[in-house]
Write a protein that binds this ligand. Structure first.
Ligand code: SF4
Length: 246
């Protein structure tokens, strides 16, 4: 159980439920893995998992286009928790082929070329990371974007035919930062420079006041196309508080 002495009662209740859900996921899926982007929500989950010794493996997709600050989070996790986050890289031949055919930064030219780059650098490595597992965990939240408004705590990932858990689905941004502050969790320094959502360096910018938190991701595209293909074709599963804490 997390130490909840210094947090507000409402947040403490959310944390208790989160801890119970993570324990329940680990008990039900011995092979479950958590896909971390190393951004704020995922550092929260990293802390909730590693500080309590929950048996959930943590990995990240090292796309080859991440900010130095994001890669630096691997060292900070190692220093804080003594844990090496597993890294999955794209296939070098696929990266070279894309660059030779279209150009290294062709993702700015069309949605198709952007999605193809995400397919090579994110989706294929994710599929490799999740090969053979029965469940995975993400740090997605409903209020992050229109594409996540229907997000459920537990879903069926139909594309991979495995369970998918989004334990922070109903957490607010304020909840996330209150948790990170309360437990002094290491965070990517880019957040303090106006990046609420962090992806690859060439596809992420700081947001302006009043913009939604995903506005800095693929900012040249319309709001409803802004996903990288990691979180598609999921079917919601209703979870009662009782089953979450089972
Ligand atoms: S976010 Fe940008 S650089 Fe990263 S994989 Fe997608 S298109 Fe490529």
């Amino acid at each position: 159980m997390s130490d909840l002495q210094n947090v507000a009662p409402e947040l403490a209740a959310k944390i208790e439920r989160l801890d119970a859900l993570l324990d329940s996921i680990a008990a039900r899926h011995a092979d479950v893995k958590f896909a971390s982007s190393l951004a704020a929500e995922d550092m929260l989950l990293t802390h909730a998992i590693l500080s309590r010794g929950v048996k959930i493996g943590v990995f990240t997709l090292n796309t080859g286009r991440l900010h130095a600050e994001t890669l630096g989070m691997l060292d900070r996790v190692r220093e804080r928790y003594g844990y090496d986050i597993e890294q999955f890289h794209p296939q070098p031949a696929a990266v070279d082929e894309y660059a030779a055919a279209h150009g290294l930064n062709a993702f700015y030219e069309s949605i198709d070329l952007r999605k193809r780059c995400c397919e090579i650098r994110k989706v294929e490595p994710l599929n490799r990371a999740l090969a053979g597992v029965s469940a995975w965990v993400t740090g997605q939240r409903r209020e992050q974007s229109v594409t996540r408004a229907e997000l459920h705590e537990e879903e069926h990932d139909a594309a991979r035919d495995i369970a998918k858990f989004n334990p922070l689905a109903d957490w607010t941004e304020a909840d996330v930062w209150a948790y990170l502050d309360a437990f002094d969790v290491p965070v990517n320094p880019l957040h303090a420079r106006g990046y609420p959502s962090i992806g690859c360096e060439p596809c992420t910018r700081a947001i302006r006041p009043g913009e939604d938190s995903r506005a800095g991701r693929w900012w040249w595209e319309s709001r409803d196309t802004k996903e990288c293909g990691l979180h598609i074709t999921t079917i919601p599963i209703a979870v009662s508080p009782e089953s979450a804490s089972a």
